[in-house]
Write a protein that binds this ligand. Sequence first.
Ligand SMILES: C[S@@+](CC[C@H](N)C(=O)[O-])C[C@H]1O[C@@H](n2cnc3c(N)ncnc32)[C@H](O)[C@@H]1O
Length: 210
Amino acid sequence: MSWLFATVYDPFMRRTEEACLSQWRDELLAPLEGSVLEIGAGTGANLGHYPRRFVRSANGTERLVLTDPDLYMLERLRKRPEAGALEIARASSDALPFPDESFDAVVSTLVLCSVPDVERTLAEVRRVLKQGGALFFLEHVAADEHSPRRRWQRRIEPLWSKLAGGCHLTRETDRSIVRAGFTIETLTKESMRKSLPIVRPTVRGIARKI
Ligand SMILES: C[S@@+](CC[C@H](N)C(=O)[O-])C[C@H]1O[C@@H](n2cnc3c(N)ncnc32)[C@H](O)[C@@H]1O
């Protein structure tokens, strides 16, 4: 199933990327500076959206480390032309193989829906972030509590999770980020156009470790 998910991911997301995701990735990643860790980098959908200074093959000056636990995702990631000489590591976000306070920023896009333990991941993200560093996130989340969409999300979640790499539909990720001790600096809630209705509600923004 993991092979299938990695194989269909980019074609499945193409219309959504064109409709909105691509622009959101550009805007989210534009302010990044210093040393950056991306968790759940998948097939490398963010690679074309990092500021050019991060891409070493273009004489980048900053550090960018890409991680994912899935071998099939990593295989596709490594084949991207932009991956060039970037640091790529196999790692799960609940046990990041990096010292405390080693990054200025952590990027997570469409990942916190899939990790088995959100709290553990957010604790790891906080641990590897320097004081004053920030989590740059873009995640699909649960619909409003009593809405029909939320009811559908709850019904479909068990099957969906099996088909879509462990993805959950009813996580209240922005709340989890606050509970983990981050200070939310910017938060945008928007519908992810040209995607399945069950994954349309999204949050994106910057959460700082103060
Ligand atoms: C929906 S894909 C998102 C890929 C990419 N970040 C993007 O924006 O398109 C979810 C990714 O989370 C990864 N993932 C699943 N469990 C994870 C974990 N425990 N730690 C880190 N990444 C994980 C999957 O392997 C997959 O690459």
